[in-house]
Design a protein around this ligand. Structure first.
Ligand code: ATP
Length: 262
């Protein structure tokens, strides 16, 4: 189960967190290699979102350690973690409602790529803004939401909100994305499109991804390795077919899902 430390992009060692009396995450170990697209599944309340919060710096673990690209990031604030290239999206897509799609993208924090760091002493602000605008337009084109560039966040469909949030996240130049139910609120017709975009981020741009998702068909399509959480613990991992054969996983989650599907 343990990967070669040199290959591990993200290492989570025994993280734990309680909200009052609720032990949301009870000591989870997890490793993700560079370029992997890993799924995180499990029943409601299993602790999946809390685990993403603990990795991304939104919530600080009461126990355990998080190491990203060899650097201990435990307890670092969200924005500092994002600056290192580890960025998350949310269960409910976060888009500024009173800003246009283009302004949403332009408001993304400056990324880490060299072209974003043109020093202002050389009159670089305008240059930097032009570069950002170019990147924003390229992003809108890539995700085919250019026609919505001047629409306000509040006017967007579920799919457009997701793509706007994702584009804004990508403006920061992340090397790893933590996605919390990216397909929630996306219409069935747009699901395949979003899945293709996510696959391309992984295969073409080499972005490492850890994704929580309840739609197991999409998890199976996108993720070669899937980790299952239940009651605050990581209880199993493997391909979807491995997990279907795992009695513990079937009784903790998959049985429940197929009962609902049936
Ligand atoms: P879901 O699939 O429903 O999103 P999840 O696996 O992401 O669930 P979490 O949202 O991490 O699970 O919740 C784990 C536990 O922690 C649950 O019992 C939840 O009620 C509790 N919890 C989560 N956030 C908070 C909070 N801010 N305050 C108090 N309890 C919380």
């Amino acid at each position: 189960m343990t990967l070669d430390a040199a290959q591990a992009f993200l290492q989570v060692h025994g993280v734990a967190h309680s909200y009052g009396g609720v032990q949301a995450v009870r000591g989870v170990d997890l490793e993700v290699r560079s370029g992997e697209f890993v799924g995180l599944i499990g029943p409601n309340g299993a602790g999946k979102t809390t685990l993403l919060d603990l990795i991304s710096g939104a919530v600080h673990p009461q126990r355990g350690r998080v190491v990203f690209k060899g650097q201990d990031i435990t307890g670092k604030p969200f924005h500092a973690v994002a600056r290192l290239g580890l960025v998350r999206t949310f269960q409910t897509a976060r888009v500024f409602a009173r800003m246009t799609v283009l302004s949403n993208l332009m408001s993304a924090p400056a990324g880490q790529r060299g072209e974003d760091l043109v020093p202002s002493v050389f009159g670089g602000w305008r240059e930097q803004e032009r570069t950002q605008l170019g990147r924003a337009r390229e992003m809108l084109g890539r995700f085919r939401i250019g026609e919505a560039a001047d629409q306000y966040g509040s006017e967007l469909s579920g799919g457009q909100r997701r793509l706007t949030e994702l584009s804004r996240t990508l403006m920061a130049g992340p090397t790893m994305l933590l996605l919390d139910e990216p397909f929630a609120g996306v219409s069935p017709t747009n699901r395949a499109r979003l899945a293709a975009h996510l696959r391309a981020l992984s295969t073409e741009r080499g972005i490492t991804i850890l994704m929580i998702e309840h739609r197991l068909d999409l998890v199976e399509q996108l993720c070669a390795r899937i980790v299952v959480m239940a009651e605050g613990r990581a209880i199993a991992e493997g391909t979807m077919s491995d997990l279907r054969r795992n009695k513990t996983v079937v009784s903790a989650y998959l049985g429940e899902v197929s009962a609902h599907a049936g």
